[in-house]
Design a protein around this ligand. Structure first.
Ligand code: SF4
Ligand code: SF4
Length: 614
């Protein structure tokens, strides 16, 4: 087959996968491939006796401070499970809001250099989101209880943290309230889903699944949300629902002068322009200090322990690139430059309040700086941008290896001991002139060092991924498999397909796209060495006729129990499962071969799992 015609307008929408099918695939894949949802077991982070990485968050203990940030990795149940297998124990669920039928521009993620997005809140409805989060918690519990993982004692302790937006009216609405209450008491959802679990799972169906899925929440507000509104929302959540809250704050809190001086002069990111309007509309430092102080007092009076601050939300910058639609005048920056800005905010808050406020952190976390974030006593330390790089969920195993190495280097076996010793004598003396608790001393030292760290500057930063100058075709490619783990939804997969005279192939394995999990975010295109985008040019599989029809006129393949139907450039060809012989029609032969290949008993993918168990 030659290259397909140019991509038609994308219309993809995520579709959740049934719990029973997820559970069966998970255990089958573990058994046969030593992997779960395409993540090899050697990349699981399961803890060890020598390093206690547990931290306190609110009134709970989590086995690690790491977690996925509310973002593309925490929408669908299988991805939340993946983040847990990668060591995530404080899982910030994707932000939900009352407007849950938004139309999001595509592509929406640009990881070519630093990290930009025009993403939005959860793409599922509020009701679907609740169900996905409950499914994820049940799958994690089943994995834990199965005895199939060599989990260190206590390493299963996990906190699910809700994220809601964006204004008080929406948060007070009946549907958002039902979502929050459904997370606080998930018993009805758990019992309904329990009934879907198949007999093959044996006693795992009868587990004591957690029903209070979450008692905490990180508030996400619009860029430009008035400070009074932020305060009103958090007060409402604490007073009316008894939730323990963290307020996510914007990097614009630094003020125009300091932010631009850091971004442009110190780091050299002169092409990044932050519109003046962002500073005019956003909360100022003085306003944030005021509401944090008042909300903390309120939280303590309610017996909720206090509020936390999160640094940081993304930074709004002008859209100066050509990845997102020209209609998008601004985009949201993450990654290395944001790390420096957010760390300056951590220092500023601690200089103002000492260690009064717990700080949740998310900004440019990588293997190199994850141990430093832990050494600063930040928790959770959440990530998104690095998980979108090649390797995806396999990357945190490297972060934990680095944390263990740094802990060993200073003889620390726990996070508090590591905080105390992480920076050696310099830290103990109080770098930067600061005395007091180790978290504050470490903050001073670390932020001071950042200024000269080339990793965060425009000079030291990586170049866009290399392309080889060839356009992808339906079959055969470099078969580098990069497109599989970079997908935050695990939509891409590989399958074996032998070459035959009617469908000659040069590669043993081919790439497919499970369209129910693909939202056209564009990330696999960024890292694919060939042009065109695997999500657009590789076979796109549906297992629901309704969704396949809705996807028209895009090229797509529908696999059903009795047939396979392809739509290519508007032409539809159906091949019944019973038609085993070559027909002479190249498209029909191709579809027949595809069906055999994807559904082969040796293959593990979402298409074959769907047909064996709906
Ligand atoms: S397959 Fe590609 S475009 Fe689709 S969700 Fe995954 S990374 Fe994004
Ligand atoms: S589609 Fe691209 S990224 Fe995926 S295996 Fe082929 S060459 Fe690699």
């Amino acid at each position: 087959m030659g290259p397909l015609p140019p991509a038609q307008p994308p219309v993809s929408r995520l579709a959740p996968y049934p719990l029973a099918a997820l559970a069966l695939r998970m255990f089958r894949e573990l058994e046969l491939r030593d992997a779960v949802f395409d993540l090899p077991a050697r990349k699981f982070v399961l803890g060890d006796d020598g390093h206690d990485t547990s931290v306190r968050v609110h009134d709970r203990v989590a086995a690690t401070p790491f977690g996925p940030a509310a973002g593309p990795h925490t929408q669908l149940a299988q991805n939340i499970v993946l983040s847990w297998l990668a060591g995530g124990r404080i899982i910030e669920l994707k932000t939900v809001q009352v407007q849950d039928r938004l139309s999001i521009p595509r592509p929406c993620i640009d990881m070519q250099t630093v990290g930009y997005n025009v993403e939005w809140s959860q793409e599922l409805t509020l009701e679907e989101s609740l169900e996905e989060y409950v499914k994820a918690a049940m799958l994690i519990r089943m994995l834990e209880a199965s005895g199939r993982l060599a989990l260190a004692p206590g390493f299963g302790r996990t906190v699910f943290d809700m994220s809601v937006g964006y204004d008080l009216a929406g948060i007070r609405s009946a549907r958002v309230q039902a979502f929050i209450r459904g997370m606080m008491d998930a018993a009805p959802t758990v019992e309904r889903l329990r009934r879907e679990l198949p007999a093959e799972l044996g006693p795992l169906r009868d587990l004591d699944f957690e029903t209070r899925l979450s008692g905490s929440l990180t508030l996400s507000t619009f860029h430009g949300c008035p400070p009074g509104e932020i305060e009103g929302i958090v007060a409402f959540l604490m007073q009316e629902l008894g939730l323990r809250c963290v307020v996510k704050l914007n990097p614009t809190l630094l003020g125009g002068e300091e932010l631009r001086s850091l971004l442009h002069d110190a780091l050299g990111w002169r092409d990044l322009r932050v519109p003046d309007s962002a500073f005019a509309a956003d909360t100022t430092w003085e306003q944030a200090v005021g509401f944090l102080d008042r909300l903390d007092t309120l939280a303590r009076s309610l017996g909720l322990g206090g509020v936390g601050a999160k640094f940081s939300n993304t930074l709004v910058v002008e859209n100066h690139r050509h990845v997102f639609s020209g209609n998008e005048k601004v985009m949201y920056l993450s990654g290395p430059p944001l790390h420096v800005l957010a760390m300056h905010l951590v220092r500023r808050l601690r200089r103002t309040f000492g260690d009064r406020f717990p700080i949740s952190f998310s900004a440019g976390i990588t293997r190199a700086n994850f141990p430093d974030a832990v050494a600063l006593g930040l928790a959770p330390v959440t990530a998104c941008t690095d998980l979108l790089q090649p390797g995806g969920y396999a990357r945190p195993s490297g972060w934990f290896a680095e944390l263990r190495r740094r802990m060993d280097a200073v003889g620390a076996r726990s996070v508090p001991a590591f905080i105390e010793r992480a920076y050696g004598d310099e830290g103990r003396r109080g770098g930067g002139g600061a005395g007091g608790p180790a978290t504050l001393r470490n903050t001073e030292l670390y932020v001071e060092r950042l200024a000269s760290d080339v990793r965060y500057s425009s000079v030291g930063h990586r170049k866009p991924p290399r392309k080889i100058g060839r356009t992808l075709q339906l079959f055969d490619c470099l078969t580098c498999d990069k497109c599989i783990p970079v997908c935050p939804n695990d939509a891409n997969f590989t399958f074996a397909m032998a070459s035959t005279p009617e469908v000659p192939l040069s590669q043993e394995r081919q790439i497919g796209n499970f369209a129910d999990f693909c939202n056209d975010c564009g990330n696999c295109d960024t890292f694919c060495p060939e042009d065109g985008g695997p999500y657009l040019l590789k076979p796109r599989f549906f297992v629901s006729r309704e969704r396949w029809l809705q996807d028209a006129p895009r090229d797509a393949i529908l696999v059903e129990s009795d047939a396979i139907t392809g739509r290519f450039s508007g032409r539809e060809v159906r091949v019944a499962a019973a038609d085993a012989e070559p027909s002479g029609d190249p498209l029909a032969d191709l579809l027949r071969r595809l069906r055999e290949a994807v559904l082969a008993p040796t293959e593990i993918n979402y298409v074959s799992q769907s047909l064996s168990r709906r």
